[in-house]
Design a protein around this ligand. Structure first.
Ligand SMILES: Cc1cc2nc3c(=O)[nH]c(=O)nc-3n(C[C@H](O)[C@H](O)[C@H](O)COP(=O)(O)OP(=O)(O)OC[C@H]3O[C@@H](n4cnc5c(N)ncnc54)[C@H](O)[C@@H]3O)c2cc1C
Length: 732
């Protein structure tokens, strides 16, 4: 998926991509590399100008497009994907920085940009002193992309404790061309020695905003480069044959390509989050931008490196375009500095506040908001759950609070009325927002959510009356009896048998890894009712009363000492006909529907390796690492959470604009599992000797985390799904 979410953004993305393909195709770059290095603007420059893509972000009253930063990021991504040559990025960085000037002093220069001028931005290497008649600037600049051939050079210099921005014209200083890493545009540097800058050239640029805008565009271009690498890798894996079959049929390569896609999707979501943030408070913008630099810029380089290895020797040649993209990705990653630095910046920032992933539309659905708000205001006045209503893991099992939410149909608002509110994406987002405003976590029945979704869609009226309300109030706890000793990832190979008898079925077999089975009243169970049918077709979906004679649930102790899981033995267990859901033989279809319920996941509080736990480690000092290293880990954990939350939010918005977001589920699942694994591992790595103490919350996180890697399908199985359904790779 690209950064574009709604129809307008998609149209803009397509127009930008089409312009590149028709007016400045990649094939045209290779003949012009020398000219590009000398400041040629590339084949598409006049078209970019003509179509307003150089000034999309500038105010309409001065001739710009009046577009949002998201629109500009949509274009940046496409120009990265098509590897448009020339100084588009330096130009919009320069004009974007000048557009933050609130007085009229920048107007002359902005007018030149509207006329099609090219720009470059000097971000580092200069220092200034202030005199009565302006500035004196000295120093040597970093390598500046697009410097050679620029009409306007916007430079930044250190001035005392702050910074000052000013404009130079190219003829005024001695520009030196250098060989830039990115071959698709010029690069240069210059030195100044007490160079005078008159007052009218000094620009009151919002220094921080200029960086934040620039970083979002860099992240967006990096996401585009990563997307190209994924497409190119998939195409190569489909067409290149070795050992008598396409490379894409080798699972190790499928997984590598699928991981590339996951990282590219994360980069796009991260860049989108940074681009949408200017409408929010400045602290939110800072958080979003720092995470984008952590998640998009350097990771895009890794994605292109992965492509290079998938291409084999072809990947290291001058002939293949991979090196042009690798160069662009590397140049982008270098522009704003190392991602470790931004992780530390983010780590420091999340000490003082969290990134909000709420839907930014407080005016949406005011009546629903008021109604839900009133219920939740009452909710917080009720006494918090006492011990009778908490299970061994601190989760709700009834009580007044749960009853209130159940009566208000807020336990599962996505279910159709009268079981839920029939809440679509926007309604669910508003409800989630009302919970979030009060610092409340939305309730989940876990397996109960899946069971009820199936009953509401496929069960009988009698089943719905019997189970839905009682489950939502917490009077019935559900477990899922699917996995078996010989049927894990390959669930359809399960062997538990159901034999037809008078009035129902008799079930025999063994289930395993069943969460909460020892405390559940009911279980959803898949069993084989037709041994002759194809393996996915002979299964039936049963509701099993866990108190039935012949059911034995035995706890399984996990590596962290807890016993959340159980193995369940079914010995000739009678299940009446009224506890069959749907028709016999439909079990697989219903189970798949169960697991992909329409409930939206808002926000992203990770259970393991969370930024909250990382902050706690920083604050309580129970580590043996340098504070900077701990801060970086805090920032990395936060970046993963923010990125996941923005992926979830994008799923909501995508569904609201009618897109099919089913494929995103596997990507989100992989990213979430990896986020928890990497976060928890990184936290443990900071502990030193205090990691020997089993009572430490960080050790509990470390030992509890592995279990998260299996629920809802393993990472590998999700990567298989991505490889076949999204990347269209051949069967392994
Ligand atoms: C905490 C926890 C809670 C669970 N809760 C429930 C529950 O409530 N109800 C329930 O029915 N089950 C539950 N499960 C079981 C879970 O669904 C299975 O563990 C999961 O489906 C994997 O099956 P398996 O453990 O048999 O591993 P296997 O399928 O044997 O897999 C072993 C390894 O091989 C990999 N692998 C398997 N097949 C492939 C393939 N085709 N390609 C590439 N790699 C592959 C897997 O990714 C894994 O790394 C739970 C598991 C855990 C850990």
């Amino acid at each position: 998926m690209s950064i574009a979410l709604d129809a307008d953004e998609e149209a803009l993305a397509q127009a930008a991509a089409e312009l590149c393909r028709r007016r400045a195709p990649l094939s045209s770059i290779r003949d012009r590399l020398e000219e590009l290095a000398c400041g040629d603007r590339g084949a598409g420059w006049s078209n970019l100008h003509q179509h307003g893509l150089l000034t999309l972000h500038l105010a309409e009253e001065i001739g710009g497009g009046g577009a949002t930063l998201v629109d500009l990021a949509v274009v940046a991504e496409q120009l990265g994907r098509q590897l448009l040559a020339g100084p588009w990025l330096p130009t919009v960085l320069a004009s974007g920085a000048l557009a933050t000037v609130t007085d009229d002093s920048a107007r002359t220069w902005l007018d030149l940009f509207v006329e099609g001028a090219a720009g470059a931005v000097v971000l580092g290497g200069l220092t200034a002193v202030e005199l009565e008649d302006g500035l004196r600037v000295s120093g040597g600049t970093d390598v500046v992309p697009g410097l050679i051939g620029a009409d306007i050079v916007l430079a930044r210099a250190e001035l005392g404790d702050g910074r000052v921005w000013f404009v130079l014209r190219p003829g005024e200083v001695d520009l030196r061309q250098v060989a830039g890493i990115d071959l698709t545009l010029s690069a240069g540097r210059f030195e100044l020695d007490a160079h005078p800058v008159p007052p009218e050239r000094i620009m009151a640029v919002d220094d921080e905003a200029a960086d934040l805008v620039g970083a979002a565009l860099v992240a967006a271009q990096a996401a585009g480069v990563a997307a190209w690498a994924v497409e190119t890798a998939a195409e190569h894996l489909r067409t290149r044959h070795q050992f008598g079959k396409p490379l894409g049929a080798f699972q190790v390569l499928q997984h590598r390509a699928a991981m590339m896609l996951v990282r590219a999707e994360a980069a796009a979501a991260a860049a989108w989050d940074a681009a949408r943030a200017p409408q929010q408070r400045r602290d939110q913008w800072r958080l979003a931008t720092a995470q984008a630099l952590v998640t998009a810029a350097e990771p895009a380089v890794d994605v292109v490196f992965d492509l290079v290895t998938l291409l084999g020797a072809l990947g290291v040649t001058w002939e293949h375009d991979a090196h042009l993209y690798l160069r662009r990705a590397s140049a982008l990653a270098g522009l704003f500095g190392p991602s470790r630095h931004w992780a530390r910046v983010l780590g420091e920032a999340v000490r003082h506040g969290e990134r909000s992933s709420r839907l930014d539309d407080p005016a949406a659905l005011p009546e629903l908001r008021a109604e839900v708000g009133a219920v939740l205001d009452e909710f917080v006045t009720l006494p918090a759950e006492d011990d009778r209503h908490l299970d061994a893991w601190g989760r709700w099992t009834g009580g007044d609070r749960q009853a209130l939410l159940a009566d208000a149909r807020l336990m599962a608002p996505h279910l159709p009325a009268p079981y839920g509110r029939g809440a679509g994406p926007q309604e669910q987002a508003v409800i989630a927002d009302e919970f979030g405003r009060r610092g409340l976590v939305q309730p989940t029945l876990i397996v109960g959510d899946w069971a009820l979704a199936t009953l509401v869609a496929h069960g009988s009226d009698e089943q719905r009356t019997r189970f839905v309300d009682a489950s939502q109030r917490g009077d019935i706890i559900w477990c899922q009896l699917f996995s078996e000793p010989e049927a894990g990832s390959d669930l359809a190979s399960l062997r538990t048998r159901a034999t037809r008898v008078d009035g129902g079925w008799r079930l025999s077999g063994q289930k395993i890894w069943n969460s909460r089975a020892c405390e559940s009243q009911w279980g959803i169970c898949l069993a084989r009712t037709d041994a002759e049918a194809a393996k996915h077709r002979g299964l039936t979906y049963f509701l099993v009363d866990m108190a039935s004679p012949g059911v034995l649930a035995r706890p399984i102790q996990q590596m962290n000492g807890q016993a959340e899981l159980a193995e369940v033995f079914l010995d000739d267990v009678f299940v009446p006909d009224d506890c069959v859901v749907g028709e016999p033989g439909e079990g697989w279809r219903l189970a798949m529907a169960t697991l992909s319920s329409e409930r939206l996941n808002m926000g992203s509080r990770l259970r393991y390796g969370s930024s909250g736990l990382a902050r706690r480690l920083l604050d309580d000092g129970a580590h043996r690492a340098d504070e900077g290293d701990v801060l970086a880990v805090v920032g990395e954990c936060a970046a993963r959470e923010i990125c996941l939350a923005s992926m979830n939010l994008r799923t909501v918005l995508g569904r609201m604009s009618g897109r099919d977001m089913a494929a995103e589920n596997s990507v989100n699942k992989v990213l979430s599992s990896i986020a928890q694994r990497d976060g928890s591992r990184a936290l443990f790595g900071l502990l030193g000797p205090s990691g020997l103490d089993a009572a430490s919350p960080y050790v509990a996180d470390h030992l509890g985390m592995p279990a998260i890697l299996f629920g809802g399908g393993t990472i590998e199985v999700q990567l298989n799904v991505i490889a076949s359904r999204i990347l269209n790779l051949p069967k392994a």
